[in-house]
Design a protein around this ligand. Structure first.
Ligand code: GLP
Length: 240
């Protein structure tokens, strides 16, 4: 695990975007794994800028998102489908038929199995970006007794619901379930970038970089991966 400490959020965003740009330039038909949450927004802004400057193209890219809420439609402005289109896909030349975000509108178990098949059929994820929840979750893999391997349906923990309530009118409006890539799905990506910013993430960044590798801090498993870059700003790195 390589830890890169940046001076602020903007530098963190540029560093993560540069890794994506390098991936896209060296392999224009890459399979990219995207994440939601406020942290990667700056990375997507940088990628849109690079696209508009003619430096990168998404025309042959295939994408897979980490997760999606259950119980809200894709049109809802809090869905991760909406988020990805709003922050990235609507502004670049990605082919919509190559965009994959868990479809939570039908049978969830079928979708979990199908999502794994689609990732495999695409050749696996070349580069995956993840944020981190303040309880250590990646995707929506919440702290629990074991690492869950494949795409699965999760019940969100109260701490996650409270953390995500800022995007909704109230905590009662936050969906309580989601479909998420499993820990194994994320670990099978050939390269992983984790971004974190702000002092609210300092405790968990310390735990996953220096603490025990445990499913109680799901992101700690990334220390077993052979190509992970953790990109943090100074505030998130303050307890390292
Ligand atoms: C959600 C997402 C995660 C994300 C987390 C942190 O729970 N499912 O993928 O990492 O939020 O979000 P933020 O970056 O806003 O702190």
């Amino acid at each position: 695990m390589v830890v890169k400490i940046c001076k602020d959020y903007d530098e963190m965003s540029r560093a993560a975007a540069n890794i994506f740009a390098a991936q896209i330039i060296t392999k224009p038909d890459s399979v990219l794994g995207f994440a939601t949450g406020s942290t990667p927004e700056g990375t997507y802004k940088e990628l849109v800028k690079m696209y508009k400057e003619g430096l990168i193209s998404f025309k042959d890219i295939t994408s897979f998102n980490l997760d999606e809420y259950v119980g809200i439609t894709r049109e809802n402005d809090q869905s991760y489908y909406y988020f990805m289109h709003h922050h990235l896909f609507d502004h670049v030349d990605i082919n919509e038929s190559n965009v994959n975000i868990p479809n939570t509108g039908g049978n969830l178990q079928d979708e979990c199995m199908d999502y794994e098949h689609r990732i495999k059929a695409a050749g696996g994820v070349d580069l995956q970006i993840v944020g981190i929840g303040n309880n250590g979750h990646i995707g929506f893999n919440e702290p629990c007794d074991n690492f869950v391997e494949n795409t699965n349906v999760v019940e969100l923990q109260q701490r996650t619901i409270e953390a995500n309530a800022r995007f909704f009118d109230s905590a009662d409006d936050v969906p309580t379930r989601a479909v998420t890539m499993g820990i194994g799905t994320i670990m099978r990506a050939r390269k992983v970038v984790l971004v974190a910013s702000g002092e609210g993430k300092a405790d968990i960044i310390r735990d996953i970089v220096k603490g025990k590798i445990t499913p109680m801090a799901p992101a700690s498993v990334l220390r077993f991966h052979n190509d992970v870059t953790v990109i943090v700003d100074k505030a998130a790195a303050s307890l390292l």
